[in-house]
Design a protein around this ligand. Structure first.
Ligand SMILES: Cc1cc2nc3c(=O)[nH]c(=O)nc-3n(C[C@H](O)[C@H](O)[C@H](O)COP(=O)(O)OP(=O)(O)OC[C@H]3O[C@@H](n4cnc5c(N)ncnc54)[C@H](O)[C@@H]3O)c2cc1C
Length: 367
């Protein structure tokens, strides 16, 4: 293992939205920072892909008008948006007598979509970072807090820093990173019991040649109690291109690693609800987020989100480690807005008690 031998004021772990927002904030305050990311891409739970007819989202896709930080990020980055298509009737599928047509669309609330996909936000943030401040393909394996610094061990090197921002879902950090000293008992229990938002879900997107459901006065939204996919939404581009519908299914109802089987189940449900026009999609894209080792720990997690934004997430661990994933945000936890909020708060926290920590022992007392 090579020892980088270089001191960073802050090492940020994870280049999802939270980690990248934190990295920019820390750089903006004139401090040295390195953001280390396990995957070969930035964006974490945002994943946008280009199809022949436009962009689709296999992770997050919406934001809402009451989310100020996402609005401001889009404005500053010069990224466009468009309203989620809501017009038409929704469907309710009990499996008893086929899908029931509802009067209007009570399923969707007004929301906005990202013109170039949700991943355009982290991609733009990453592209604006100075060279040398982002490292991909570097999963962090261990963090050690010493008297005078924190050491972050990745697969290939050992980094030395004053502070660490942990922009990784808490349950994943507790399961996959070795902490020395060990995480305090209350912090470990909290992290382990905090589910990864949407980490147990499969998202499938069916791309069609035309948004045929609109011709029949349907919105593309549906709730189903008759198959693995529970909810469906129009996922078409601003002018109906690409024409697409997406669905969410809990991964517990599906076989991991069988994406073609999952795609078939998705298409069968679409045909049951939307008719024969749905039987011939140009392509079905499937992402099982529960099988992503840098999103969801292998251990089964509960579904109780009451620990989101817990006050313990605001307390630095051993004076040097700060939480920053969306689950830790005091507001909008789970959403992209929560990730941006958590990134900003963590960056601010890394500047607190700076002098006390520089060259002085960190308080190695349990918080
Ligand atoms: C299917 C799906 C649909 C969603 N829909 C919406 C939506 O419509 N609107 C909305 O607001 N939110 C939505 N979300 C939630 C949204 O995606 C998240 O709130 C947001 O992306 C979380 O950002 P984050 O930076 O906190 O975490 P993440 O995006 O999970 O980023 C964590 C990063 O840490 C990296 N990492 C993990 N372990 C390590 C390690 N050991 N070393 C280094 N790096 C590591 C990961 O690779 C990842 O890049 C959805 C999520 C999913 C999965």
């Amino acid at each position: 293992m090579t020892d980088a031998g270089k001191w960073y004021d802050v090492v940020v772990i994870g280049a999802g939205l939270a980690g990248l927002v934190a990295t920019h904030k820390i750089l903006g305050a004139g401090r040295t920072v390195l953001c280390v990311e396990a995957r070969d891409r930035v964006g974490g739970r945002t994943l946008s892909i280009e199809t022949d007819t436009g962009t689709i989202d296999l992770g997050a896709s919406w934001y809402w008008s009451n989310e100020p930080r996402i609005h401001s990020l889009l404005q500053r980055l010069g990224l466009g948006s468009f309203p989620q298509s809501l017009a038409g009737d929704a469907l309710f599928d009990t499996g008893q007598e086929g899908a029931q047509r509802l009067n209007g669309n009570p399923i969707d609330s007004p929301s906005l979509r990202f013109a170039r996909g949700a991943q355009s936000l982290p991609l733009e943030l990453a592209s604006l970072l100075p060279e040398g401040s982002l490292a991909l393909n570097e999963p962090v394996e261990a963090i050690t807090v010493n008297e005078d610094s924190a050491q972050v061990v990745t697969r290939t090197r050992r980094l030395k820093a004053g502070r660490v921002v942990l922009a990784v879902p808490p349950a994943l950090a507790a399961a996959s990173i070795q902490f020395t000293p060990a995480l305090p008992d209350d912090v470990r229990a909290l992290a382990e019991s905090t589910p990864v938002w949407m980490g147990g879900m499969v998202k499938a997107v069916a791309v069609y040649r035309t948004p045929f459901w609109r011709r029949h006065g349907l919105s593309g939204s549906a709730i189903s109690h008759a198959g693995p996919f529970r909810e469906f939404h129009d996922h078409s581009g601003p002018d109906g291109s690409p024409a697409a519908i997406f669905g969410f299914a809990p991964s517990s109802g599906l076989v991991q690693g069988e994406n073609s089987v999952i795609a078939d189940a998705f298409r069968d449900q679409l045909v049951r609800m939307f008719g024969v026009d749905a039987s011939d999609p140009a392509k079905i894209h499937v992402t099982d987020w529960s099988a992503e080792p840098y999103t969801q720990p292998s251990r089964q997690l509960g579904a109780n989100t009451s620990s989101y934004g817990h006050r313990l997430f605001r307390r630095p661990i051993y004076g040097r480690i700060h939480w920053a994933s969306t689950e830790t945000a005091p507001s909008y936890a789970g959403h992209l807005e929560g990730a941006a909020t958590a990134g900003i708060l963590a960056a601010q926290a890394t500047a607190e008690n700076e002098d006390a920590l520089r060259g002085n022992p960190a308080p190695l007392v349990r918080p």
